[in-house]
Structure formats: C-alpha cells, structure tokens
Write a protein that binds this ligand. Structure first.
Ligand code: ADP
Ligand code: MG
Length: 243
C-alpha cells in the first residue's frame, strides 16, 4: 500500500547544526506512530517538516501523494490535510471555544456558520466538553483547553494528526483526559504521529515506536519490542532514564 507519509533521505540544518540526518520514514494510513528520544534529538523538527512548518534542505517528503516542495499550492494542500496539536494549546484568547473551533473551517473551507457550529459541537461531544462551548480559554483548565485544541484541529477534517508533547504542559491530573481523547481518535482510524514521553499511551495505542537521537532514527519497532528489548545501546540508556 502507498504510505500516506513518505520521507526519503530527509536532511535539515539550522545554520551549521545538522538536526535531521537521512531520515527515512513511511507511515501507513491509520497507523499510530509514537516518537521518543532525548530533548534536542530532532523530534519536533521531524514532525514539523510534515506540514512544512520547517523547510528541509535535502530529501523528499510526500504527503498523501502531494510532493512537499517550494510550490505553495502543494504546501497549502498538505496543510489542509494535516492537523497539529502543540504543547502550549495556542487557543485564541479573545474567542469562545466555539469560535476557536469554527474560525478556520468558516474561512478556509467556506462553511456557513450553522454547518461549522454543528460540526464543532459534534467534535466537542467527542472530546467530552460540549458544555464548555460558550466559555473563553482562560475559563478552562489546561486539560480542557488541550481538548479544545484537538477539536479545533479536527474541525478541518485532517487525514493526519501531529501531536508535539500534547500533555507536557499539563498538571498531572489532567494528562489522562487528554490521552483518552487521543486514544479515541486513534481507535477511529486517524493516522497519528505523536511525540510524547507517555510510555503507557505508547504501549497501549502505538503501532510503532521510533527512537530518535541526535537527528537520527536509531531504532523502531512495535512498542513491546522497543520498550522490553531495545536493541541499541542509546535506546537502552534513554529508556533506563525515563522508565
Ligand atoms: P526535540 O523536539 O527532540 O527536543 P528539536 O527538534 O526541537 O528537538 O530540536 C533539534 C535541534 O535543533 C536542537 O539542537 C535545537 O536546539 C535545534 N533547533 C530547533 N529549532 C531551532 C531553530 N528554530 N533555530 C535553530 N536551532 C533550532
Ligand atoms: Mg520538541
């Protein structure tokens, strides 16, 4: 089967700093891939190249058959297919939850307000916060804000969802509710790339775990294999520190 994400010899530099080194990665439709690795290893940069938040200098990235090159039409097309959720929730503070979610679909997809609001309410039900629709972000807990951010990304009906440490900024008691929303999304068949230190989530939900270090994919495999019998010394050292 044609992978929905194809990365081939991808290289990226920030100035003289070589942050992605010959990355080869294929992700199949519906696959959930968890990316782990030490701070500074290139995890964020890797997933940000997939919606062109970061440009690459060498190699190829093809997303759902669209070549990510300098052509802005291609970049726009890919961005319509890829949703992203960040560590900091990045909601618009002056807009209600419902307005946060309906804004992009109304502008980009040109949906009328009624349609956008109906779909937004369905998504809020899905992440279990329909009762918060009229509130402003500052009135919500971190866990609720992050679930709004997930709903907002889903409102654009993406084919792929990228998560960059979505629970790292949350108080511990709110991590579970966000992971539950992500688990539900994974079960629905969404293609997901998730940078996280939540090993329980990885074990339960990931089809594949990728360990990165110093800009390279060092090791990958099924979660059980990577966690229980890591092959590479650097993976072993990393896991020993976090588990
Ligand atoms: P991770 O997400 O695994 O912590 P990053 O992808 O954020 O790693 O960073 C990889 C490397 O690239 C780090 O050395 C980081 O300091 C560097 N880096 C990240 N973003 C930039 C940037 N915008 N400009 C310069 N260097 C950057
Ligand atoms: Mg990061």
């Amino acid at each position: 089967m044609e992978p929905i994400i194809h990365m081939e010899n991808v290289n990226k530099w920030f100035g003289a700093l070589h942050v992605l080194k010959d990355i080869n990665l294929d992700v199949q439709k519906g696959e959930v891939v968890v990316v782990i690795g030490p701070s500074g290893s290139g995890k964020s940069t890797l997933i940000r190249t997939i919606n062109r938040l970061e440009e690459i200098q060498k190699g190829r990235i093809v997303v759902d058959g669209i070549e990510l090159n300098r052509d802005v039409r291609n970049i726009d097309a890919v961005r319509k297919e890829v949703g992203m959720v960040f560590q900091s929730f990045n909601l618009f503070p002056h807009m209600t939850v419902l307005e946060n979610i309906t804004l992009a679909p109304r502008i980009v997809r040109k949906w009328p307000r009624e349609k956008a609001e109906q779909i937004a309410m369905e998504l809020l039900e899905r992440v279990d916060i329909a009762d918060q629709a009229e509130k402003y972000p500052a009135q919500l807990s971190g866990g609720q804000q992050q679930r709004v951010a997930i709903a907002r990304a889903l409102a654009m009906q993406p084919k792929i969802m990228l998560f960059d440490e979505p629970t790292s900024a949350l108080d511990p008691e709110m991590v579970g509710e966000v992971l539950d929303a992500m688990k539900e999304l994974a079960k629905s068949g969404m293609t997901m790339l998730v940078v996280t230190h939540e090993m329980g989530f990885a074990r339960e939900v990931a089809d594949r775990v990728i360990f990165m270090d110093m800009g390279e994919i060092i090791e990958e495999g099924e979660p059980d294999q990577v966690f229980s019998s890591p092959q590479h010394e650097r993976t072993q050292a990393f896991l020993a520190r976090i588990l």
